[in-house]
Write a protein that binds this ligand. Structure first.
Ligand code: SF4
Length: 214
């Protein structure tokens, strides 16, 4: 039922003209900053009750690559920035391994407020927050996505497939190539998955250079 609601919400937003917003690169940063400010007091879902800071997203407003995770953890909630703390350090290393810096990409999450005890965001919380992410995407207009973790991948790809299945192939999200890999926090808990994550990143890097040249 909720999956159906998420699907309908996505379809409505995609059909609503949001994709037609065009912002020159030098205006995108201001537009994102204005929206981040506007949403600071959002109370659309229960996650607002426990947040310290809303974590809107950060990075290059004109990024070729957009990285999307699940939601803020404790460090992110305190700082108001995505992917900080140990998981953030690992993300920075993962990007460096394929020769990217954090400053080149844009990083955001499915939900912008921390779920209690780092549980997965509930379907209704994802549904409430999704318009903010879709709005960011419509402004940034990335040419590639990297979805980190099952929640991000299943929500955006409208899929019930496992990580193993989702990581196997390239996807399309809003007609843009999208790849799936493990969330850095999951890699910290399961270091034996790092080999698989490295393989995912290599596939991602190879595709990046193909798209850059096309
Ligand atoms: S998670 Fe998203 S929808 Fe829910 S309160 Fe935070 S910003 Fe609003």
């Amino acid at each position: 039922m909720i999956n159906k609601a998420i699907r309908q919400q996505l379809e409505l937003l995609l059909q609503s003209g949001i994709k037609e917003i065009y912002s020159p690169p030098d205006q995108k940063g201001q537009q994102l900053a204005d929206l981040a400010q506007q949403y600071q007091s959002c109370q659309k879902c229960e996650l607002s009750q426990g947040r310290t800071k809303l974590v809107y997203g950060e990075g290059n407003p004109d990024a070729f690559i957009m990285i999307i995770g699940e939601g803020p953890g404790a460090s992110e909630d305190l700082s108001g920035r995505p992917f900080v703390g140990k998981a953030g350090e690992l993300l920075t290393k993962m990007l460096a391994a394929i020769k990217f810096s954090r400053e080149e990409v844009y990083i955001a999450n499915i939900v912008k407020c921390r779920p209690p005890s780092n549980r997965n965001p509930l379907p209704e919380e994802r549904l409430a927050c999704l318009p903010y992410l879709l709005e960011q995407i419509s402004i940034i207009q990335p040419r590639m996505f990297l979805f980190m973790g099952l929640v991000a991948a299943q929500t955006l790809l409208r899929s019930n497939e496992s990580m193993g299945e989702l990581r196997q192939r390239e996807h399309l999200f809003q007609n843009t190539p999208a790849f799936v890999t493990y969330h850095p926090a999951a890699l910290l808990r399961n270091p034996n998955w790092k080999h698989g994550a490295w393989a995912d990143l290599q596939k991602f890097e190879k595709r990046y250079y193909q798209l850059r040249e096309s």
